[in-house]
Design a protein around this ligand. Structure first.
Ligand SMILES: Cc1cc2nc3c(=O)[nH]c(=O)nc-3n(C[C@H](O)[C@H](O)[C@H](O)COP(=O)(O)OP(=O)(O)OC[C@H]3O[C@@H](n4cnc5c(N)ncnc54)[C@H](O)[C@@H]3O)c2cc1C
Length: 494
């Protein structure tokens, strides 16, 4: 076994996770209830088999983490559980208050080192090499030296995380550049549900300060959203108010901002006793205080930002993609577990449950289960007329374009413009030579996949909202699968 990562092992989305990890371990909870909440959030598109696996195996994966030494917060010797939006009971485990991801990441990376698992840091995966349709090797670039190396492998597991860097405002760190989706698609693997990108409703919005997540758990503990006039507004949009699913809260905030002409709203937790705020949310409290905001006394200015890629490399319930020997786990994978929208705190859980299954499958060579996406729309991306006079391709230009034209509220005109612009960039990109150019190229390809899938889905569902098709359509009660290149037939599809 060999682990390869493009930066330090600590550079990842996992380290930034705040709120926690969901599992039905509470006395008044059950996997059935967790299943029901996950299916409801997924808005008709969850893979039921995958959800069943997720909620049933969750308690055992939590027990694994406890065994490895993750210090989950406790009260009177029992694991403390908090509430997050769209969960019907308290089922979110957390560690260090709002430092859950950091504790999980540090515990697991320490374990990798203590077990002497071979690990190469600073190696960027750049290409999946196939032989007779099966994975043969992974090509990598040593980011410091600029040298390339091919590692032969029988199985390749992509666990390369998300793609938040597609958008101007994002909670994701710089490593989230969608490399895995681009590598797999270029090798010929199918990708699924690319139109579903989740925007988080509440990120800190202070001039000159980088986007910083204000966890859902803040609303779970009683945080109230107010507009610039100090009015609580969520009750006007939905009876679930602040505890509505993320997409609803996000769009309500966007509507409220456009009504008041402000570029943020406020999250108010001043009614909580200060010691509760500082012990339950120490990272958020410290970060805001460092930027001159005492959240025990002042409201937090917040606005939505790109957060989580729901779709990804299409895999079955053992993590295997449509290419033999190629697996994917975590945010890069499209298991179907989140449907059209992710239930908060189910993503760390997905990493654990399906990561473990992927290892089991590769180790024991189990029979592959069915992907469970029976009624898919299978399609190849058609060539598209590139935009004329497209500006020079750059990360900043791509992020602005995606935020403006393929973000929270979409329509055909904007999406078509975005797809044409990206098509022009795809044709004009110079040859890749270093980490930054590989990442830009991967993001540009992913931007194209997102916009083409979003154009195809002429309805609104879950995290995907089209102002020209604002409702569900029964005809779209299915997944969009974008099929990868087939090199053997010399077919250029995108
Ligand atoms: C601010 C924030 C808060 C969040 N809060 C929560 C939460 O409370 N609960 C929850 O469930 N989820 C949360 N999420 C989502 C969750 O953290 C992620 O979905 C999850 O951690 C993804 O884990 P992963 O292992 O798939 O990817 P990551 O943890 O991102 O790891 C991917 C790794 O792959 C490496 N890599 C990428 N490309 C390459 C390449 N080409 N070559 C080599 N290496 C590569 C990266 O460097 C990185 O080390 C949050 C996300 C963010 C950003």
């Amino acid at each position: 076994m060999l682990l390869v990562t493009k930066g330090s092992i600590h550079d990842c989305n996992t380290r930034h996770a705040q709120g926690g990890i969901a599992a039905a371990i509470g006395k008044n909870d059950s996997p059935q209830l967790h299943y029901k909440d996950t299916i409801a959030a997924g808005d008709g598109l969850c893979n039921e088999e995958a959800v069943n696996i997720l909620v049933t195996e969750a308690p055992d994966r939590i027990a694994d983490l406890v065994g490895f030494g993750v210090p989950f917060d406790t009260v009177n010797g029992e694991i403390d559980l908090t509430l997050e939006a769209a969960h019907s009971v308290r089922r979110i485990l957390h560690a260090g208050g709002d430092a859950t991801g950091e504790h999980i990441e540090l515990t697991l990376s320490e374990r990798v080192r203590s077990l002497s698992v071979p690990l190469l840091e600073g190696y960027l995966a750049t290409e999946i090499i196939l032989e007779e349709g099966r994975v043969r090797a992974l090509k990598t670039l040593n980011c410091a030296r600029g040298t390339t190396t091919e590692f032969e492998c029988h199985f390749l597991i992509l666990a390369s995380g998300g793609c938040g860097q597609l958008f101007k405002f994002t909670t994701n760190p710089e490593v989230a550049t969608s490399d895995g989706i681009a590598l797999a698609f270029n090798a010929g693997a199918d990708v699924v549900d690319m139109e579903f990108f989740q925007f988080h409703p509440t990120t800190l919005h202070l001039p000159g300060v980088a986007t910083f997540l204000i966890s859902e758990a803040v609303r779970g503990e009683g945080g109230i959203l107010r507009n610039a006039k100090g009015e609580r507004f969520m009750t006007r949009y939905t009876p679930q108010a602040e505890m509505a699913p993320r997409d609803i809260v996000t769009r309500s905030i966007v509507a409220e901002m456009s009504k008041t002409g402000e570029d943020n709203v406020f999250l108010d937790i001043t009614r909580l006793p200060p010691h509760v705020t500082t012990t339950r949310f120490p990272r958020i409290y410290r970060f805001c205080l460092e930027h001159g905001l005492d959240i025990t006394r002042q409201q937090i200015p917040v606005a939505p930002a790109a957060h989580y890629m729901v779709g990804g490399i299409k895999v079955d319930s053992w993590g295997e993609s449509t290419i033999s020997g190629l697996f994917a786990a975590g945010e890069v994978a499209g298991t179907g577990v989140h449907g059209a929208n992710r239930l908060a705190s189910n993503s760390l859980l997905e990493v654990l449950v399906f990561g473990k299954r992927t290892i089991q499958r590769t180790r024991h060579q189990y029979e592959t289960a069915s992907a469970g996406f029976g009624n898919d729309v299978l399609t190849r991306i058609k060539p598209r007329e590139p935009a004329q006079n497209a500006p020079h391709a750059s990360l900043a230009a791509l992020k602005q374009l995606m935020w403006d034209k393929a973000g929270i509220i979409r329509n055909r005109k904007d999406l078509t413009e975005a797809a044409s612009m990206i098509s022009a960039w795809q044709q004009s990109l110079p040859a890749v030579k270093n980490r930054a150019s590989h990442e830009l190229s991967n993001l540009i390809l992913t931007g194209r996949l997102v916009t083409e899938a979003a154009l195809l889905r002429e309805e609104s569902r879950g995290a995907h909202f089209r102002s020209d098709f604002p409702r569900h359509s029964t005809g779209w009660h299915r997944h969009i699968v974008l099929q990868g290149k087939i090199r053997s037939q010399n077919e250029t599809t995108i």
